[in-house]
Design a protein around this ligand. Structure first.
Ligand code: UTP
Length: 224
């Protein structure tokens, strides 16, 4: 199976969590050994947001602030690359072409941000489109998508399965917007819906959930 895994910067890097990074590195190697082709896209977490704030304080315009955040996510990705050694690419790819070329060499690809004006969710969707992935799994800091913001509403219910169309509907419903947008970027959803890439959002603090997702067991929220 060709899997894109979106590793939450909030999960591995807010604050930087060495044992968690190690668990993800092990997971990626296990998948490769089982014959899967793997691309991981790591987010920049709270450190990226701090860098954006500092860049803003320094008077940098939006594009440069974005670059600061992109470099943070690439630094996280670099840690993965170093730790993967021979199983991974030589470096963090900075374009879809580089990522695709590395995957063709049967190596695990780990990347961060690509260019200003997007998030790593969109990077994951774009690389998923490019390599014709079978599955996108997002290891998030929430365990799935809820009918309402669960931090605000105690009657919020987790949704097991969702159609892309329904998700777009949830984005449009203003009262849900803020919470849902943090779970998965609407720009990424547009691409995922277009290419119909099965996407599963799981609690990323336990890597067993990502294993379940790849094994086809019900976990988190499945969007298709
Ligand atoms: P992230 O994707 O790193 O943050 O984008 P996130 O959505 O909070 O995900 P996690 O929790 O860290 O995994 C953070 C910011 O970095 C810039 C944008 O400003 C984005 O809002 N960014 C990131 C880019 O401009 N381009 C990219 O390709 C990636």
């Amino acid at each position: 199976m060709k899997v894109v895994v979106r590793v939450g910067g909030s999960v591995v890097g807010s604050p930087l969590n060495a044992p968690m990074i190690n668990r993800y590195v092990t997971l990626l190697k296990d998948w490769k050994n089982q014959g899967h082709k793997v691309v991981a896209v790591v987010g920049g977490g709270s450190l990226a947001r701090e860098f954006i704030k500092v860049a803003a304080y320094l008077g940098l315009e939006e594009e440069r602030r974005d670059w600061a955040a992109i470099h943070v996510s690439r630094l996280f990705a670099q840690l993965f690359v170093l730790s993967l050694g021979d199983s991974g690419c030589e470096a963090v790819p900075v374009s879809l072409d580089e990522a695709e070329a590395c995957l063709k060499k049967e190596k695990i690809v780990v990347m961060g941000g690509l260019r200003p004006g997007m998030t790593t969710d969109t990077v994951a969707a774009l690389i998923g489109e490019r390599v014709k992935a079978d599955l996108l799994v997002k290891g998030s800091n929430v365990d799935g998508i809820y009918t309402k913001d669960p931090r605000k509403y105690c009657d919020a219910k987790k949704v097991d399965k969702l159609r892309f169309k329904e998700l777009v509907g949830l984005f449009d419903a203003k009262q849900h917007k803020a919470g849902i947008n943090q779970i998965i970027d609407p720009e990424a959803v547009k691409i995922l819906a277009k290419i119909r890439l099965r996407t599963i959002v799981v609690d990323g603090y336990d890597t067993a959930n990502l294993v379940f997702a790849v094994e086809g067991r019900q976990v988190g929220t499945v969007i298709e």
